[in-house]
Ligand binder design. Structure first.
Ligand code: ATP
Length: 276
């Protein structure tokens, strides 16, 4: 496990623009060392943009941080190149499991270790660990990555990121497009990876899965954090249940309104006020 006193990721009042498009406004969030933190939000809320701001890959997409700071492990990430961010211990698994389809599984994993400054022995150890987590990647080592199933490609995308031995993994919608059983398997491995000491910032539209995995979560709406708190509290809040967990419970809602004298049920969570 990583040292709990080690500073984790701190995103402080970050705004991002893609030219005139303002994609994030004053976003503040924290991933303590060793934690799994989730960011929930609908299409276009800015979830991917947030991960790009951390991994310093916004420039590849015509975007830029316009204000605010990102720190990791006590070091300022702003100003670093994307490969320096990887060397600092942050790896992003992009949405859509972008594996190199024509390359073999083994070469995809090798590519993941290219940015790492680890020794040959460290890279061999990372590969062993990836094969333990995902035995299918060892079985299919010489197969072209494009021939793997969607779930297996997601495993390869995660495995490739792990080859750089990250301290913080940025996961962009790892369950997207996967059957429930495969999504559950991916969730199990995220738990396992975290148990081995890797912190995780998880962006998900599948709120139920994300809230089961995370200790804390943030809700991002149109570029702003609107709600945050402990994952179990968020999972119990009416707003999250209705908007992100798809719970439609009119009777409970009207009972709650009656019990509070007709007023709407007050969520136990405070609205985002900029405090950490
Ligand atoms: P989804 O779940 O649909 O992937 P998201 O929450 O990840 O959505 P982002 O992809 O971060 O959202 O997009 C946030 C906003 O920024 C959207 O309005 C989007 O149109 C805009 N945006 C994203 N990438 C670019 C880009 N390269 N150029 C211009 N605008 C962009």
């Amino acid at each position: 496990m990583s040292d709990a006193r080690e500073p984790g990721l701190l995103v402080d009042d970050v705004s991002v623009g893609y030219g005139p498009v303002r994609a994030l406004r004053g976003v503040t969030l924290e991933v303590p060392s060793g934690a799994v933190v989730a960011v929930l939000g609908g299409n276009g809320a800015g979830k991917t943009t947030l991960l790009r701001a951390v991994s310093r890959t916004l420039g590849f997409h015509g975007g830029a941080v316009t204000s605010g700071t990102v720190d990791f492990g006590g070091r300022r990430v702003g100003g670093m190149s994307a490969d320096r961010v990887v060397a600092a211990g942050i790896c992003q698994v992009p949405e859509g499991r972008r594996v190199f389809a024509r390359m073999t599984v083994a070469d995809n994993l090798r590519a993941g270790a290219l940015g790492s400054r680890g020794s040959r022995a460290a890279k061999a150890a990372a590969l062993r660990r990836v094969h333990e987590l995902f035995p299918v990647l060892a079985d299919r080592a010489q197969q072209r990555a494009g021939l793997l199933s969607g779930g297996e490609q997601q495993m390869l995308a995660v495995g490739r990121a792990l080859m750089a031995a990250p301290k913080l993994l940025l996961l962009d919608e790892p369950s997207l497009g996967l059957a429930p059983l495969m999504a559950a398997r991916i969730a199990d491995t995220i738990r396992e990876i975290n148990a081995q000491g890797v912190s995780v910032l998880l962006v998900e539209q599948n709120a139920a899965l994300a809230l089961r995995l995370a200790s804390h979560a943030y809700v991002l709406e149109v570029g702003e954090i609107t709600l945050h708190g402990r994952a179990d509290e968020l999972a119990g809040s009416d707003e999250v249940r209705r908007r992100y967990l798809g719970v439609v419970d009119e009777t409970a809602a009207s009972d709650a309104a009656a019990a509070t004298g007709g007023s709407a049920h007050t969520p136990t969570l405070s609205r985002w006020g900029g405090a950490r």
